[in-house]
Design a binder for this molecule. Structure first.
Ligand SMILES: [Zn+2]
Length: 445
């Protein structure tokens, strides 16, 4: 979402544009007026020699059009001369037509918003309500600045009546969704292995909750059988299609007749059909698969196979989640070399209360799209490592920072260091990021 300051700038540019249009329309009106009332020119021999002087007079008069009402043959001749020279001047000043502004759009994406019980407790307020804005304090500005911000909401959102819960069957307060929205996220991915943790009621609560936010796109869930599995978001004249699937539901099964409620990454023919339609209906296709093996830094064979399948279908970008750790980023090509696709195999956790350094390390994908030869393509892409900082205050607190902003002092205060002093250090976080991301770590700077 865009910052208010950016909105103000855009509004000022629009006002300025409207002013320019008004001014240019006015001068156009003046030109038309001159043509509608062409000045009759009769030149008498004896008058020609005085033209120069009259010209000066007329110049003064034409600069103040309300005074230029004197009609005489001399002045008329002079007036036309001035008008002609003014026309010539105008011709020189006509700006060359500018090519139409090329469309562009920025996307950011983060991984698993994994709400363990301690995180729920961190949001509890004195009056019994919940507030989770602290989770996003370290990245808020970047999220707000992006045109489209995507997050994987690993856990389902529950009404208070259904009750909140942590591992292994998660159910998170609506206040988590409120904080996600207020942080500036536009696209919420909800197809995860935990989507059915609280049954169909949990899915229904989640769908109901997001209905309040009509500027948010919820992917991966379907309220009705006839709903599409694809969602779309349009910004800056660019329409993105987002397809979100999960490999499974932790062994839970959707009840008979409700199988449609969660998008599953199982039937290739159905996924192929989705991608075909998405390509037809949008400028750029993003697939967000919840896949892979937990705590493994390399993509599995299945991830590789699906990746090849996606690139063959003409997908533009893959944003993977679920392994709870970072996995590599790479460009892949279709066999015929015609399609090139960027894949982030896993963005790791955005926030969690897991107990290993690697699970506190996540990443933010940052992608800039531009229009090139009428097509929307990736201009620039990076990944910025993130670190979930958790520490003891009056209670255990959580905030996710860019690794770039993280300090040795903060690291020394990390909750995971309470037992073993050097579990988390800045240099260990940097070297693990480099090990996993390889040259993409350098791109991240
Ligand atoms: Zn997962």
């Amino acid at each position: 979402m865009m910052k208010n300051s950016l909105r103000v700038k855009i509004a000022m540019i629009l006002i300025a544009s409207v002013f320019i249009v008004i001014v240019s329309n006015q001068s156009m009106d003046q030109d038309i007026l001159e043509q509608k009332n062409p000045v009759t020119t009769i030149v008498h021999d004896n008058e020609l020699e005085t033209m120069g002087r009259n010209l000066v007079v007329e110049k003064e008069q034409t600069t103040n059009r309300s005074n230029s009402t004197l009609i005489s043959t001399k002045q008329t001749i002079a007036k036309e001369t001035v008008v002609l020279s003014k026309d010539e001047k105008d011709k020189k000043e006509i700006p060359k037509p500018q090519p139409a502004k090329k469309r562009e759009l920025s996307i950011i994406a983060v991984g698993d918003n994994l709400i363990h019980t301690q995180i729920v407790k961190s949001g509890l307020q004195k009056d019994g309500s919940y507030n989770f804005s602290h989770l996003f304090d370290g990245i808020r500005d970047t999220v707000e600045e992006a045109d489209v911000a995507i997050i994987n909401q690993e856990t389902i959102l529950c009404d208070k009546k259904l009750g909140y819960s942590g591992y292994p069957l998660f159910g998170s307060p609506y206040a988590i969704g409120e904080a996600v929205y207020e942080a500036g996220f536009d696209v919420i991915l909800h197809a995860t292995n935990h989507t059915l943790d609280r049954g169909v009621a949990g899915i229904e609560d989640t769908i109901d909750f997001w209905k309040k936010y009509d500027d948010v796109v919820v992917a991966g869930l379907k309220e009705k059988k006839e709903d599409s599995r694809i969602v779309y978001i349009e910004r800056n004249g660019i329409k993105l299609a987002i397809l979100n699937y999960t490999y499974g539901l932790n062994g839970l099964r959707l009840p008979k007749g409700k199988e449609y409620m969660v998008n599953l990454l199982d039937n290739r023919k159905l996924v192929e059909k989705d991608i075909k339609l998405a390509k037809k209906m949008s400028d750029f296709v993003i697939v967000c698969p919840h896949w892979g093996t937990e705590y493994v830094y390399e993509p599995t064979t299945q991830q590789k196979e699906w990746t090849q399948f996606f690139v063959e279908q003409g997908v533009d970008l893959v944003l993977g989640t679920h392994p709870h750790v970072l996995e590599p980023v790479e460009w892949v090509k279709s066999e015929n070399g015609e399609n090139e696709m960027l894949v982030y195999y896993s963005l790791g956790n955005f926030v969690s209360n897991q107990d290993a350094m690697s699970r506190m390390l996540g990443g933010m994908a940052q992608i800039q799209l531009i229009e090139k030869d009428g097509e929307i393509v990736i201009d620039k892409a990076t990944i910025e490592p993130l670190i979930t900082h958790t520490y003891l205050d009056s209670k255990q607190q959580f905030t996710t920072y860019f690794l770039e902003d993280y300090t040795m002092k903060l690291a020394s205060n990390h909750y995971l260091n309470r037992k073993h002093k050097n579990t988390i250090t800045l240099s260990r976080l940097q070297s693990l990021s480099k090990e996993i991301l390889d040259e993409w770590y350098n791109i991240a700077g």
